[in-house]
Write a new protein. Sequence first.
Lengths: 414, 318
Amino acid sequence: MIKKTRLGVATALAVSLGASVAFADTVKIAFVDPLSGPFSPTGTNGFAEFQYAAEKLVNDQGGVLDGDMFEIVGFDNKMSPKESLIQVQVAIDQGIRYIAQGNSSGIAHAITDAINKHNRRNPDDRVLFLNYAAVDPALTNDACNFWHFRFDANADIKMDALTDVMAEDENLKKVYVIGQDYSFGKSVAAAAVRNLSEKRADVEIVGNELHPIGKVKDFTPYARKIVSSGADAVITGNWGADMVGLGKAIIDAGFEGPIYTYYAASNGITRTFGEQGTGHIYLVSEGAVNPPASDRTAAYVEGFEAKYPDHDITQPRIANTIEMLAKAINEAGTATDVVKVAQALEGMEHDSIWGGKLFMRPDDHQIIQNVDIQEHTSEGLQFYMDASEWGMKLVSEVEMAGMDSPTTCKMKRP
Amino acid sequence: MELVLVILIDGLVYGLLLFMLSSGLTLIFSMMGVLNFAHASFYMLGAYFAYQISRYMGFWPGLILAPIIVGLAGAAIERFGLRKVHQYGHVPELIFTFGLALLIEEIVQFFWGKNQVPYDAPDVLQFALFSIGTNEIQAYKVFMIAISVLIFLCLLYVLTKTRVGMIIQAALSYPRTVEALGHNVPFIFMGVFGVGTALAGLAGVIAGPQLGTFPGMAFLLGSIVFVTIVIGGLGSLWGALVASLLIGWMTTFAASYNVAMADILMAFGFEMPEDMSEHALRDLWTLTLPQIGPILPYLLMVVILVFRPYGLFGKRDA
């Protein structure tokens, strides 16, 4: 009888061990973003960056734990919140424990909510949400939860850094804020007005307006208003065709000053601005590669450009995401118990491949990193974008931007 | 005051651009009785062809060649596609052009990708011709005006002063009679379709550098072109011109002046609610003119359809 039980236990152990080994051979990360449709250029570019990061930063270094390899599995969410939730469920059903998503804060809200519920109902089958680009501040404030980690600076932090740099310009007197008429455009505008009035009360906001998103055929009238207002600088959160249309119209109308943007780089935008954008287009982002922070950075970018000539490193934070996840899994000693991995990620400090430090703030799971202001130029570049003669060059850097930014996050921990 | 002048010029540029699109469409529509949903797609093709040509030969050959290629493609599509569908009635024709629009968009994405392409104005026209106040007027804009006016004069001459124009006008109103007189009406149809699409192509060639060359450009302009020909009246060149300019100026002015609904309501003696966030009519109170600008042409269309179903210059019912 005793012998039988022992045998049973041994078999169970062997089976479970076998199972866990089979599971642990690959650590799968679901990439849930648009891989078809009008937004697919951004999605496929991010997918390439994830695959490259997993290969170079983890798999080529011997993987995590005992040689477990990372695998990025693409799920096309067609830029729809509903489709995203279906894809997340498919990923979970396939045993994937890490969900990466970034395009659109609306979708990120849907996913973080769904994952929160899923983890509460299925304690044996929990997953983590690696948000690499959705920047709505609410995700790490009122809508935060333990399973969500944001590897991008949120819209408020970016604006904080941007206005820090703008405030140093003593000639700056008038600023025009313009954006797309939806939640993100509104939050950029609100943050710009708030920050500028705090840092430079003497700077006048000469215009603050929203235009219909994706519907404006000719941006010339908006450009005329901007020039007529006598603005010294423009701030916009526009992306895609709205960014190019607005930017070109403003420059054509004879605007002399800088246009500070969130998304005016790569995906055809840099190439389209070309010579015209020089001295006008500025970008607030992270991980500037001109000049590269180290030889390791340069080698990483060179390798990427060689492997994916049609893509650029548009989201350097993806490399941070992969490196920090690998580090957390190693520290936790498991890739399947995501609570331990999340605990390892919380408060993690890491040296970024892009130079500078990374700190995952435990209170709200918002990463704190250096935020860069870069300019569109053709000179002094080591790396170019859109296979053109132009690229983005570092102008100034705000170290550990938003380190002391407040949060309203009240997290329930398991 | 200075701004008004600038806006007049900008509105003129945009209006004339609309005219180049709508003039071809209005002829095709009134002649064949079919809404060509793919018309704006030919506009997009014009821009992309010109971009491709400009990469090898510069802007100017593209200006000539691209509209010709688009026109030939349009004529071929009429001859081998639309004409075959014609006998089954208007609905299949409508579906055919709708499918064509989708197909062209996919083709464009297949060959040129989903991103915007760097199609630029020629260097000789990339300078500010003059400034009004602080606003610069680019030479390219003046060039756009010149091309559009030239096209309008040519069309007007051909349609009213030449024999071809007379046959076309006759075929517009009495196609059966014209056929009975021995004219090859299907050939005229093909010719008009070809010229109409070539005009759309030319519009694309000159608008591409200004409004951007990307796969969404056809969709963005597609609906407004139909509004133009309905307002202007079917088959009327003058109507197309007046309606285009009207829409051009209307949308440009609306986008330029931040007239707030709150000011208008208060001028009428309404009191502004203190706490806007909870107010039932807060969307109405916070409305501004640039926000409603894009729907003004549609509003005008509804008004025209109610009071003058033939359009401003139209002679017969749609």
